[in-house]
Design a binder for this molecule. Sequence first.
Ligand SMILES: Nc1ncnc2c1ncn2[C@@H]1O[C@H](COP(=O)(O)OP(=O)(O)OP(=O)(O)O)[C@@H](O)[C@H]1O
Length: 238
Amino acid sequence: MRPIHPPSEVTLRGISAGYPRRPVLHRLTAHIPRFATTAIVGPNGSGKSTLLGVLAGLLPVTAGSIERAGDSRPAFVMQRSAVAETLPLTVRETVAMGRWAHRGAWRRLTAHDRAVVDAALDRLGIADLAARQLGRLSGGQRQRALVAQGLAQEAELLLLDEPTTGLDVAARQRISDVLAESAGLGTTVVHVTHDLASARLADHCLLLHDGRLVAQGAPETVLTGATLRRVWGLPDSL
Ligand SMILES: Nc1ncnc2c1ncn2[C@@H]1O[C@H](COP(=O)(O)OP(=O)(O)OP(=O)(O)O)[C@@H](O)[C@H]1O
């Protein structure tokens, strides 16, 4: 059974954040439970990626405060579309970049680094693609390589921006399974998703609308039909 008040990995207190002359998040208070999966959901433009950027430490807050249990750098898996397809990297090299934070970019990988990279390739089911060029893979295969790179970082906090968008059912399930397994192994996982089915598999859910937190908690309490219709502006008949 889930504890009623699980310990937080991150506590956001009244944070505001955005871009120059473009405030996006308004006075948001939320918590990210430790060693669990959290899904961030909401309509287009509601501020999901902006919130992920704040959690990654890439965007400063303009008000409020953030408290983190750990102090190591989070791993950040960006949207597949944000990664240049022309990068001349193999899948293994892409995943091995996940070790840079531990090793530095120009140091040789140790046997442990190589074992971590192999394990990440295996967990995403892409060991057979290790020698292939990233840019010559299908979108779903490339997405798995990026998630494997995130895992290879062995970070306490793993942040992913739409890791299952555009994937087929089997690939989506595999990524959802890997994220749940990582949480079970002691990683705090936060992912942005448009896929309500994968959001329902998370332990915790943050629902955003217009840069504000509409609800947080267990997916079954947050993702109710009435709330979804209200936030997405859908008629009651749907
Ligand atoms: N780099 C940027 N500079 C200025 N404004 C931005 C920037 N990135 C996003 N925005 C704006 O911030 C708002 C929130 O964007 P964000 O990407 O956080 O939303 P989202 O919920 O992730 O959307 P989507 O579901 O479409 O990916 C949008 O109005 C967007 O236009």
